[in-house]
Design a protein around this ligand. Structure first.
Ligand SMILES: [Ca+2]
Length: 377
């Protein structure tokens, strides 16, 4: 089966090459210019005390994207971006946390619902035939290693549509999360992530917020911790070692997802901002988003985070609107994507979950203040 919109994003990832992007943005001072005065004073009663298990990400300016030739065209051009400070979850939302949400609300995730062909076909080429009803069943995308080397431009060689796969059963009906309570929840759609965020009184990060946070105060570095992938021989993130997608040597200690906080935090105290699982952002995905944003600048100097484009655009997959995912996953390897770099980005249809996509939430300071006002101490 060609697995519907669920696989739509997969077919486009490597077609990004060839999309010409222009370098238009004049770079200002190439450094992170944080705004320490914007940091809330814990317990001050002003902007509120630190929310539990969240880290403060100071507002300021930074260089978003990259002009490094060792990147995908959709990461260019590098441009100066200014954002406000915000709180971010220290780690990805875990299976235990998501379970509490489902238990409290009775929420049913996208992967647990029968696919709606009328909605699916909107994201597919017009002549796509309707699959048999016996394959239009609840399910999701599951990574399946190949037994032999395969061309790395054919992602269908290692992704399968598995009936019964969901956040409760990440690899299919015979799997479960009983021993993975502290792992990131996966097999969640963008809609699922938004629903969870709303329930906990938070929201998804914008792409600019996510990238600023991932850089941890470092300017223009290739990774969240610097320019060296393994400083002093130490693995800093859960990625793939070995011949992808055939042999996973797990030299970093993990074949699949890892418990949150298994690797060192970045400069803002955030864990797993590289590898482990991709993370949903609130923005629509455009291949040329960075070009678009700098073209709109009057003075070509500093961009302001507006929450991303008004609509999705991906010429390689024009029928499927997508949201941004960032961070890469345990499947990322230098041989094919290396997307655990802060500037790396992909688009994924919001109805699509997979065994390597999760999320975390953020909280604006004004929201903290409202919460504090609504709940007298
Ligand atoms: Ca690994």
């Amino acid at each position: 089966m060609k697995p519907s919109s669920g696989l739509a994003w997969i077919t486009c990832v490597f077609r990004l090459a060839g999309i010409g992007l222009m370098f238009l943005c004049a770079s200002a001072t190439p450094a992170v210019k944080a705004d320490p005065a914007a940091q809330p004073a814990p317990g001050s009663g002003g902007k509120g005390a630190a929310p539990p298990a969240m880290a403060w990400v100071p507002g300021g300016e930074f260089t978003m994207g990259t002009d490094d030739v060792r990147s995908f065209p959709n990461e260019r051009p590098a441009h100066r971006m200014k954002i406000d400070g915000f709180w971010m979850d220290e780690h990805d939302v875990t299976n235990a946390e998501f379970a509490r949400f489902v238990e409290a609300t009775g929420y049913v995730t996208t992967a647990e619902k029968k696919p709606d062909w009328e909605e699916m076909k909107k994201e597919l080429p017009p002549d796509t035939p309707k699959p048999d009803d016996n394959v239009l069943v609840p399910g999701s995308l599951v990574f399946t290693p190949s037994s032999h080397p395969v061309p790395l431009d054919d992602l269908s060689a290692w992704w399968r549509w598995v009936p019964g796969a969901s956040w409760r059963h990440p690899e299919g009906p015979d799997s479960n999360v009983a021993a993975r309570e502290n792992h990131p929840v996966v097999q969640v759609s963008w809609y699922d992530a938004v629903a969870y965020a709303k329930w906990v009184g938070k929201r998804l990060p914008t792409e600019a917020e996510w990238e600023f946070a991932a850089r941890g105060g470092l300017e223009g570095k290739r990774y969240a911790w610097g320019d060296e992938f393994r400083p002093n021989g130490k693995y800093m993130a859960n990625t793939w070692q070995g011949l992808f997608p055939v042999t996973n040597t797990a030299e970093d200690g993990f074949v699949g997802t890892s418990p949150v906080k298994s690797f060192p935090p970045n400069g803002y105290g955030l864990y797993d901002m590289a590898g482990n699982v991709w993370q949903w952002c609130s923005d629509w995905y455009r291949v040329d988003a960075f070009t678009q944003v700098v073209m709109k600048l009057a003075d070509k100097s500093v961009c302001r985070d507006t929450g991303g484009p008004n609509e999705s655009w991906d010429p390689a997959d024009p029928n499927a609107p997508k949201r941004v995912v960032k961070g890469g996953s345990f499947l990322c390897n230098p041989s094919y994507c290396e997307s655990y770099r802060p500037s790396a980005r992909r688009g994924t249809p919001p109805d699509t979950g997979s065994s390597h996509t999760g999320f975390r939430c953020v909280l604006s300071t004004d929201a903290v203040s409202r919460a504090a006002g609504a709940k007298p101490q």
